[in-house]
Design a protein around this ligand. Sequence first.
Ligand SMILES: [Zn+2]
Length: 592
Amino acid sequence: MIICFKRATLLFATLALAACSENHLRQSFASEKAQEEADLLLTNGKFYTVNADQPWAEAVAIKNGNYLYVGAMRNAAEFKGENTKVVDLGGKMAMPGINDAHVHPTRGGIKKLFDCNFPFDSNPDQIAAAVAECVENNPDATWIRGGQWDSGFFDRYKIASPRRFLDAVSGDKAVLLNDDSNHNGWANTKALELAGITAETPDPADGTYVREPGSRVPNGLLLEGAEQLLSDKLPDWSPREYQLGALEAVRIANGFGITGMKDASTDEPTLAAYHALDQKGLLSVHMTTSIRTPYGHRTQPLDYDRIDGLRDKYSSRHVNTAAVKIFMDGVPTASRTAAMLHPYAHAEEHSHGNPVDGMLHLQPNLLTEDLIELDKRGYTVKIHTAGDRSVRVALDAIAAARLANGDSGQRHELAHAGYIDPVDLPRFAELQAVADLSPYLWHPSPIIASIIDAVGSPRGEHYWPIKSLLQAQAPILAGSDWPAAVETIDPWLGIEAMVTRADPEGKHTGTLWEAQSISLEDAVEIYTTRGAAALGRGNITGSIEVGKSADLIVLNHNLFAIEPQAISQTEVQMTLFEGTVVYRKDDFKRGR
Ligand SMILES: [Zn+2]
């Protein structure tokens, strides 16, 4: 504070000035210009600021939604006026709100509210019982959709005809159940009928109708583009249902301490829902959307003017619409659809006639053409690149955009970049390309077993080289990917898995490539400041600093004083968004 200046004698003034960090000066300026009266004063806390200039503080003052003061207790009283509300945190740890920079909030909220849900580790009997119950509870529905069965399900349980298995419990309903990657589907006979899928229907270029042995009759399993073709036939939700889903997601997110989200693939009804909620003052997160482009094989460039139209129509105070999603491949699970540099293990017997090293959805030159234009128009592009070949192709496209447009400042993202050829590691920093990582999956589990089996050992285990990326100075973001691949948006599971590379819930033993574990400090930074940067909101949120938005959470324990295995037990006691309490523990049952 000012003290560090006042105490200095003339002789030491210069030295003292140098010792006073920029931050101290900023605060002394803040305290001088106003015995400004704060709206809210939080005192007696352990504030982990994620600001290197001032890592810890004891008190914060908030006015008009922003931090007015961050620092020691003794100076906080200066900001207390007649109308200032004071909350004593009783020594609890507080930190910036979490930014989940890869999530599908509205899909998650709609799923939670309206889908037929069952746990990932359900066995066939449990799934049959869940579907039967949903059929009974929804007598007027034509379709029952839900999930999710895990990636190893059909290897573990030998089900002769997946389609007929569902027929036995689905009555007159059409049923579509997704897997834990959300890229594959399991349909009953009625669903295939309604979608017009028969023995004569050819496979799409980017997917497969798995057929019954010795015939062309679809058996109900739909891989990648085939699943997409069926799910496109389902009736859409109403605008009201989209808003309810988005609102439910925001409510759940605030309860886990999330105050910023990047929707990783946003269709127009979802854009409209966020926009409408923001107009009503109900969007208590910083939302950045990634305008969705067609999934699967495509031969023509995107309609850039249409994308501009969506961006301009739905942008609002808390909705940043200047990002786009492009899909380059599938997933490296049993469906073997991520584009790899080398063939999958046992590729011939599993490839269903497709290439043995997976598939690129777009020719590299088409991705390059799209990326150069979107980069020029001011978009951050999130590119789905689950295999090391699609990672390389995307990095090449970003390099071409840098060459064509210079440094646009857009930090394009490679989503689910878990497999990266070592040669490509330094390119992330060179190109300011962001590795978009999914740490909830970084431990032994059915989906990881399925991936290692498909990719082959030891290559399969070398998954998610985050330590190497950090050492190579790569920009990084992390996200839950909820509700794809994970059952909860709870960020504390992801943070723990980054540190331990073991299953936070203890259901599966062992670790996944433990040499790549990182420190808690790095993990927190990835979920706060680095996440804010990925949202395009790095200047307003992500750290506790004077002038920034007061997006803050209070925790039940000090993360730095507990065993790493207890990080997933973290409970958020209070969440502030722009200085307003949007969640308090008492009135929220922590739902999974
Ligand atoms: Zn995703």
